[in-house]
Design a protein around this ligand. Structure first.
Ligand code: PEP
Ligand code: MG
Length: 868
C-alpha cells in the first residue's frame, strides 16, 4: 500500500534533495528541525505525490483520508487537545510547500478547526480579543482560498473583532461549513489546487521549476502568537540577506499571527527590538538561529512564534539572498570551516557571477540623490519609471529599460518584475516581497523609500526637494531615474553605468576556483582595452583576436575598401601597405596589454563584400571619398556577390588567393612583436589560420608567415618565438586533423562554424526556425549556445584524440561562443582541452565553470556519454 502521510517518528534517513522530494521543502525543513531537537509544534506531512495524484486524477487518493485521520489522532495525543472539541480544541495550520521554495505563491490556512461554537468557548476561556482575532483571520483566509471570495472584500471593511465576524458572516451567507473535518479536507484540496494557480505557474516558468512536482501539505498544531503581550511571531534570517553580514536580521510583531506579518496591516519591528520586550526569548532566538544555521550548513530564513514566552520554530529554509550576500556567506563559512573548498565552489552559479559584475554608477559622475531608501538588493539600475507591472511588460517588449516603482509589490506582479531592471518601493523592509524577489533575481532594489509619494491617478511620483525642503521634485511615469540598491540612493536623472572592479572577495573566490580547474581560461578580444579588462578578470591569454574588427575604424575602412576594389596585386599591395602601420599599432597594444601571456591573432576571415557599402547613398559617398565612379564600385560589389558567402570566399581562402593580405598581417605582427621585445616586453604571438580544410592550406600560409618572420627578424635584429596554428572549424579539418597536425603548433576549435556545418544550420538564419524546435522539444537547447555533445561532440572528441596521438601535449583550445557556456565548458574539460577562450565579460564564469567541472568529475558526477 502507498503511504501518503509522514510523521517525525517515521525516522526517515533521507537528506538533501531526497527528503525535499518526499516532504516538500517546508516539510523537510520542519522534519529536520524537529529531528535535530529544535522546538517545533507537532506536525504531520502529506507528501507532494498526493497532490500530483489529485491534479492528475481529480480525486484524492485512496487511503489518504484514513491517514489524515490517523494524523489528527497523533496531533491530539501530542498536544492533549481534541480537534473539533469544545473543551480543549485543537487548531491547525495547513500550509503548502513544494520541493523548491516558492514564497507566497501557494496557499496557507491558519486556525483551522475553529467554528462559531469553538470561538465562543475560546472567547470565554482566553479572552474575546484573542478568540475573535483567530476566527477573523480564519474566515478571511479560508474564504479566499477555499470559497473563492477575495480577501480584499473583507479587509476593505476595515473592521476588527466581533463586529468584523458579524459582517463577514453576512458576506458568507451561511456558506461556511461548521464541521472542522469537512473544512480540513477542503483546505487540503485547496492547497493541492494552488499548485496550478496562475502566479505559481508564472513563478515556475521564471525560475525553471518543473511543473510536475506538486506541493506537500504541512499540517501542524497551532501555537498562538496572538495570545497575549508575551507572545508574538516573526521572521529571522541568520545573516543579512542583502550583504551577507553575520548578524541576525528580521522583523517581528507582538500579539500577532504569521498572517499579520505578511498582510502588512501592522508595521513589524526590527528583530533587535525584541530584546527590549522579551530579553530571554531574544537571547534564546539568537542562540538557536546560530545552531540551526550550523545544523543546516547554510544561511537560513526562519519563521518563529512565541507563545507565552516559549519560542517555537515553524519553518527553516535556505535563505534567498543577493549574489553579494551569497558570495560573502560562502567565503565566511569557508573561513569558519563550515564548508569545504569544493562545496564553496559548487554553491556559486553562473548567474551569481554575472550579477556580481553588473554595472555600477560611474564614480566619476557627480550626482545628487533626491532621497534614499533601504538598500535591499545590491547593484545599480537606470531606466524609465513604470508604476505598474503591466507597464513593465509593455515597455520591456519595446526594448525599453524600466524601473518598477510601487508602494509595495505582490506575488501576482512577478511577470512584470521579471521584465523590470530594478525595483523601488516606498514601503516595506528588507524582507518584503519586492526585496526577496529582487535578491532572487539578482536585480537592484530599494524598499521603504518613504520620502517618495506615488500618485497613481496622475502617473507621477513626488519627493521633497533635498535642497529646498518647501519644494517638491516630481517625475512622470516614463521619465528616467537611477537607483543604487547597494546604498539606497535614488537619483532623478540618468547616471552613467560602468563595469565594476572585482571585489577582493570575488578575486579570492575565483583564485580558489583556479586552484581546482585544469582548463586554462583565455579571452576573445581584439582591442587593447578589452584585453586589459580580460586580464583583470583573470584571462591567461587571448585565444582569438579577430583582425577584421580592426578594419572597421573610420580612418582605415577607406584603405581596406580600396584594397578590395583594386584591379591587380600591385594596387592591392599599395593599399595594404597603408594599412600596415595601423595593424602594427593594434598588435602592439594587444601584446602590451597581455605582456608575458600568449596572444592568438587570426588572419582575415570574413567574405570581402562585408566591407563594402550596400545602399546607393553609401556607394556614392565612398565613390566621392576615394575618387572613383560609383559604377566601378557597383560592378565590384556585383562581382563579389556570393550565393552563400559563409561557405564561400572567406577564411584562409582569402589568404590563399591574395597571399599579400596574409603577408601584410604577418609583417604587422612581427614588427610589433620585435619592437616591444626590444623594449624588454615579453611577447608570445600565436598566428592562427581560419577555416582550414586541408594541410596544404596551412602549409601554404605557414610558408608566407615564416618567410615574413625571417625578413623582419633580419631587419630588426630581434627574434621572437612564435607559433602558427589553425582553427578547426570545418568537419573536414576534424576528419583530417592528423595530417593537418603536421603543420600546426596548436589547434583552436571554432565551434560557431562547426555547429553551422555539422547541423547544416546557417548561423545567420537559424533563429527563424529554432523556436519551433525548442517548443516541440526536437532540440533541447540552442546548439549555438550549448555545444551539441551527442553530435558535434563526438566529432570533436575524435579529433582531439587523434591530434593527441600525433603529439601527446598538443595545445588544443576552443574559441567559439561555447567557450563561455558552463555546460559546454564541462564538456571541454571532459575531453581534455588545454583551454577555453570566451568573450571578455564571461572570463570569471568560465573560471568557475572549469573548477566546477573538475569537482564534478572527481565526485563521479560527470562522465562522457556520447552514445546517443
Ligand atoms: C568560430 O567559428 O567558432 C569562430 C570562433 O570564428 P568566427 O565566429 O569568427 O567565425
Ligand atoms: Mg569561424
Amino acid at each position: 500500500m502507498r503511504k501518503w502521510v509522514y510523521f517525525l517518528e517515521d525516522n526517515l534517513e533521507l537528506k538533501g534533495e531526497e527528503i525535499k522530494e518526499l516532504l516538500g521543502g517546508k516539510g523537510a525543513g520542519l522534519y529536520l528541525l524537529a529531528k535535530a531537537g529544535f522546538r517545533v509544534p507537532p506536525f504531520f506531512i502529506i507528501s507532494p505525490k498526493a497532490s500530483v495524484y489529485y491534479l492528475e486524477k481529480g480525486k484524492i487518493p485512496d487511503g489518504l483520508e484514513e491517514e489524515v485521520e490517523e494524523g489528527i489522532g497523533y496531533l491530539e495525543k501530542k498536544t492533549n487537545k481534541k480537534f473539533g472539541s469544545l473543551e480543549n480544541p485543537l487548531l491547525l495550520s495547513v500550509r503548502s510547500g513544494s520541493k523548491f521554495s516558492m514564497p507566497g505563491m501557494m496557499d496557507t490556512i491558519l486556525n483551522l478547526g475553529i467554528n462559531d461554537e469553538i470561538c465562543s468557548v475560546l472567547a470565554q476561556r482566553s479572552g474575546e480579543e484573542f478568540a475573535y482575532h483567530l476566527y477573523q483571520r480564519f474566515l478571511e483566509i479560508f474564504s479566499d482560498v477555499v470559497l473563492g471570495i477575495k480577501r480584499e472584500k473583507f479587509l476593505s471593511l476595515n473592521l476588527e473583532g466581533k463586529e468584523a465576524i458579524a459582517q463577514y458572516k453576512k458576506i458568507l451567507r451561511g456558506k461556511l461549513p461548521q464541521d472542522p473535518f469537512t473544512n480540513l479536507f477542503s483546505a487540503i484540496v485547496a492547497v493541492f489546487k494552488s499548485w496550478n494557480n496562475p502566479r505559481a505557474i508564472e513563478y515556475r516558468r521564471i525560475y525553471k521549476i518543473p511543473d510536475n512536482l506538486g506541493t506537500a501539505v504541512n499540517i501542524q498544531a497551532m501555537v498562538f502568537g496572538n495570545l497575549n503581550d508575551r507572545s508574538g511571531t516573526g521572521v529571522v534570517f541568520s545573516r543579512d540577506p542583502a550583504t551577507g553580514e553575520k548578524k541576525i536580521y528580521g522583523e517581528f510583531l507582538l500579539r500577532a499571527q504569521g498572517e499579520d506579518l505578511v498582510a502588512g496591516i501592522r508595521t513589524p519591528e526590527p528583530i533587535d527590538k525584541l530584546r527590549d520586550y522579551l530579553p530571554n526569548v531574544y537571547e534564546e532566538l539568537k542562540r538557536e538561529v546560530g545552531k540551526i544555521e550550523r545544523e543546516f550548513r547554510d544561511m537560513q530564513d526562519i519563521e518563529f512564534t512565541i507563545e507565552n514566552e516559549v519560542l517555537y520554530f515553524l519553518q527553516t529554509r535556505s535563505a534567498k539572498r543577493s549574489p553579494q550576500a551569497k558570495l560573502k556567506v560562502v567565503v565566511d563559512m569557508l573561513k569558519d570551516g563550515l564548508l569545504a573548498e569544493e562545496e564553496a565552489i559548487m554553491r556559486m552559479t553562473e548567474e551569481d557571477i554575472i550579477s556580481l559584475l553588473n554595472p555600477v554608477f560611474d564614480p566619476k559622475f557627480k550626482y545628487q540623490p533626491v532621497t534614499t531608501g533601504i538598500p535591499a538588493s545590491p547593484g545599480c539600475a537606470v531606466g524609465e519609471i513604470v508604476l505598474s507591472s503591466e507597464g513593465a511588460i509593455k515597455k520591456a517588449k519595446e526594448g525599453v529599460k524600466v524601473i518598477l516603482v510601487r508602494e509595495f509589490t505582490k506575488a501576482d506582479e512577478i511577470a512584470g518584475m521579471e521584465k523590470a531592471n530594478g525595483f523601488l518601493t516606498t514601503t516595506g523592509g528588507k524582507t518584503s516581497h519586492a526585496a526577496v524577489v529582487a535578491r532572487g533575481m539578482g536585480k537592484p532594489c530599494i524598499v521603504g523609500a518613504n520620502g517618495i509619494r506615488i500618485d497613481e491617478k496622475r502617473r507621477m511620483i513626488y519627493v521633497q526637494n533635498p535642497k529646498e525642503p518647501k519644494k517638491v521634485c516630481k517625475r512622470r511615469e516614463g521619465e528616467v531615474i537611477s537607483i543604487n540598491g547597494s546604498t539606497g540612493e535614488i537619483v532623478f536623472a540618468e547616471v552613467p553605468l560602468v563595469e565594476p572592479e572585482m571585489t577582493q572577495e570575488l578575486k579570492d573566490f575565483l583564485s580558489l576556483c583556479d586552484k581546482f580547474r585544469k582548463l586554462g581560461v583565455w579571452a576573445n578580444a581584439d582591442k587593447p582595452k578589452e584585453a586589459a579588462r580580460a586580464r583583470d578578470l583573470g584571462a591567461e591569454g587571448i585565444g582569438l583576436a579577430r583582425t577584421e574588427h580592426m578594419f572597421f575604424h573610420p580612418d582605415r575602412i577607406r584603405y581596406f575598401q580600396m584594397m578590395i576594389l583594386s584591379e591587380d596585386t600591385r594596387e592591392r599591395k599599395k593599399f595594404l601597405a597603408k594599412l600596415l602601420p595601423y595593424q602594427r599599432k593594434d598588435f602592439e597594444g594587444l601584446f602590451k596589454a597581455m605582456a608575458g601571456l600568449p596572444v592568438t591573432i587570426r588572419t582575415l576571415d570574413p567574405p570581402l563584400h562585408e566591407f563594402l557599402p550596400t545602399s546607393l547613398n553609401e556607394v556614392k559617398k565612398l565613390a566621392k571619398k576615394i575618387g572613383i565612379k560609383p559604377d566601378v564600385i557597383f560592378k565590384k560589389i556585383a562581382e563579389l556577390k556570393e550565393e552563400n558567402p559563409m561557405m564561400g570566399f572567406r577564411g584562409c581562402r582569402l589568404g590563399i588567393a591574395y597571399p599579400e593580405i596574409t603577408e601584410m598581417q604577418a609583417r604587422a605582427i612581427f614588427l610589433a612583436a620585435c619592437r616591444l621585445k626590444k623594449k624588454g616586453i615579453s611577447v608570445l604571438p600565436e598566428i592562427m589560420i581560419p577555416l582550414t580544410i586541408t594541410e596544404e592550406e596551412l602549409k601554404n600560409q605557414r610558408a608566407i608567415i615564416e618567410k615574413v618572420a625571417e625578413e623582419v627578424f633580419k631587419k630588426t635584429k630581434v627574434r621572437v618565438e612564435y607559433k602558427v596554428g589553425t582553427m578547426v572549424e570545418t568537419p573536414r579539418a576534424c576528419l583530417t586533423i592528423k595530417t593537418i597536425a603536421q603543420y600546426a603548433d596548436f589547434f583552436s576549435f571554432g565551434t560557431n562554424d562547426l555547429t553551422q556545418m555539422v547541423f547544416g544550420f546557417s548561423r545567420d538564419d537559424y533563429p527563424r526556425f529554432l523556436p519551433y524546435y525548442l517548443e516541440k522539444k526536437i532540440l533541447s537547447s540552442d546548439p549555438f549556445i550549448t555545444l551539441d555533445k551527442n553530435g558535434l561532440g563526438r566529432l570533436i572528441e575524435m579529433a582531439v584524440k587523434e591530434a593527441r596521438e600525433v603529439r601527446k601535449d598538443f595545445k588544443i583550445g576552443i574559441c567559439g561562443q561555447h567557450g563561455g557556456d558552463p555546460r559546454s565548458i564541462e564538456f571541454c574539460h571532459q575531453i581534455g582541452f588545454t583551454y577555453v577562450s570566451c568573450d571578455t565579460p564571461l572570463v570569471p564564469i568560465a573560471r568557475l565553470a572549469a573548477a566546477q567541472a573538475r569537482i564534478k568529475e572527481e565526485k563521479g558526477e560527470v562522465g562522457i556519454d556520447l552514445t546517443r
